[in-house]
Design a protein around this ligand. Structure first.
Ligand SMILES: [Zn+2]
Length: 245
């Protein structure tokens, strides 16, 4: 059964290569996901930082406005005490005008202070919400990253095991067939296919009677049309025939 061994070994190689390809593409996907998630974390952190800065600026503005309001009050008090002592009606009227203007400024300042204070309170509420949400997102991303990195490690582990298996698989296949296989696998995903009803089961090109005889003896032949490896397995043939009926 030397003939059977050759195609079985080749099919084994195909399976190993398929699994290796799947691992390579899985690893690529996982790496892309890790990259994407890693980039998201600083984005959420920056959002928190920027909002913190906004609140800081709002607080600073309010502090200044309050300072401004108290110096206006102070000026008002000062001028009022002067006003009480004045007897000259011209001077009195001028100061009274000035006082009116200060009073107006104080009123305006108070209105601004009130609206800015409401703004700050609202910002603080929004900030608390954003911070909570972003911190949750960051935590989830970090947990996800741990899982993805573990996955990557286990895929790499499987990959090295398969590479070892591939070496063993190659060692039992004649070099000429390996070279043919390496060329074929670049072109098609199924380089080794069974002969069904005396024809290649992919391109349906008929296999000559003498070739069938050779196939049964040597185990493997190239299809004269699509150049895939052909093998003959009576069990597989009868099963495939059953499936198609
Ligand atoms: Zn063919």
């Amino acid at each position: 059964m030397i003939g059977q061994e050759i195609w079985k070994n080749l099919k084994n190689l195909v399976e190993i290569d398929k699994a290796l390809n799947a691992i390579v593409s899985n690893k690529k996907k996982t790496l892309e996901l890790i990259e994407k998630d890693k980039n998201l974390i600083p984005k959420f952190e920056l959002e928190i930082k920027n909002f913190e800065e906004k609140i800081h600026n709002q607080t600073k503005y309010l502090d200044l406005a309050q300072l401004n309001a108290s110096s206006l009050k102070e000026a008002e008090n000062q001028k009022r005490s002067i006003l009480d002592k004045l007897s000259n009606s011209k001077e009195y009227k001028a100061l009274e005008k000035e006082l009116k203007s200060i009073e107006l400024q104080i009123l305006e300042q108070e209105n601004t202070l009130e609206s800015k204070w409401v703004e700050l309170e609202n910002s603080k509420k929004d900030f608390d919400l954003l911070k909570k949400q972003n911190e949750e997102k960051i935590l989830q991303l970090k947990e996800g990253l741990t899982v993805q990195e573990q996955e990557l490690e286990s895929e790499s582990q499987k990959e090295s095991e398969l590479i070892e298996k591939r070496k063993i698989a190659l060692s039992v296949i004649p070099v000429e067939w390996i070279l043919k296989y390496e060329r074929m696998i670049l072109k098609v995903s199924n380089p080794i296919v069974p002969v069904i009803s005396n024809a290649c089961s992919v391109c349906y090109y008929p296999v000559l009677r003498q070739d069938i005889a050779k196939l049964k003896q040597s185990g493997i032949l190239l299809c004269r049309s699509c150049y895939r490896f052909l093998y003959y397995d009576p069990t597989e043939e009868s099963e495939l025939k059953k499936e198609s009926f």
